[in-house]
Ligand binder design. Structure first.
Ligand code: CDP
Length: 217
């Protein structure tokens, strides 16, 4: 069974998907971490996206793996690095690149097919990667609420930014993600939208679990 959770930046997809995967004993794939990982990799190797052959070649030679929901690149834990705001600012441009999406979509489908039960979160899981997913959730919240949640998250990691800066970044990222030609961020016609403005984490988990239960029965 595949559960797809899509939605805009910082809407809480990863937090919620992780908790639900634990409760249901499903595997979990954070596809945003893959886009962030590729972005980080391009950044530290000072590559240009225009140099398609070189970027594809390097990505294909690189090992991306997860351990305890942390992303590893060639065996190195890059979880902290990929979540930093400088990577958040760059990731949407990388994710708009068709050849990058082709590679990552292929990896995501392979992982999905190999799993018995999996929950995947991203932007295009219910629309492009697994349009036949049994459960599709579209998680939203206002930009202010999302910015303040991300602000607190970064603060805990000693990354200080203003809420206004984070909100601007989120709006920009949503715009690029929604307007790109390939696999844009859009709610699938058969996804159930959950607005989390007035819900805490437990509340969101409860709502989504009840949607999943209704679908299964
Ligand atoms: O956690 P947050 O909402 O900040 O974003 P993320 O899920 O880590 O995804 C980071 C970026 O990767 C997004 O802004 C998209 O540009 C891209 N992405 C995508 O294009 N397709 C996906 N399936 C997942 C992420």
């Amino acid at each position: 069974m595949i559960i797809a959770i899509d939605g805009p930046a910082a809407s809480g997809k990863s937090t919620i998907a992780k908790l639900i995967s634990k409760k249901l004993e499903f595997e979990y794939l954070d596809t945003g971490a893959l886009y962030r990982g590729v972005t980080y990799f391009i950044y530290i190797n000072d590559l240009s996206l225009n140099n398609e052959d070189m970027v594809v070649d390097l990505i294909k030679k690189t090992k991306f793996s997860f351990n305890n929901n942390h992303l590893f690149i060639n065996g190195n834990n890059v979880e902290t690095e990929i979540r930093k705001n400088n990577i958040s600012k760059l990731v949407s441009a990388v994710a708009s690149t068709q050849y990058i999406r082709t590679i990552l979509t292929e990896i995501e489908r392979k992982i999905g097919h190999q799993a018995k039960n999996i929950i995947m979160d991203g932007r295009d899981i219910g629309t492009v990667v697994f349009p036949d997913a049994e459960v599709k959730i579209f998680l939203t919240a206002s930009t202010r609420v999302r910015a303040s949640r991300r602000y607190n998250e970064l603060l805990k990691k000693n990354e200080i930014h203003t809420i206004e800066e984070i909100e601007r970044d989120i709006i920009k990222r949503d715009e690029i993600d929604s307007k790109r030609a390939t696999a844009p961020l859009v709610k699938s016609y058969d996804a159930i939208e959950v607005n989390t403005d007035n819900l805490n984490i437990e509340g969101v988990v409860e709502v989504i679990l009840s949607i999943i239960n209704k679908k299964i029965v």
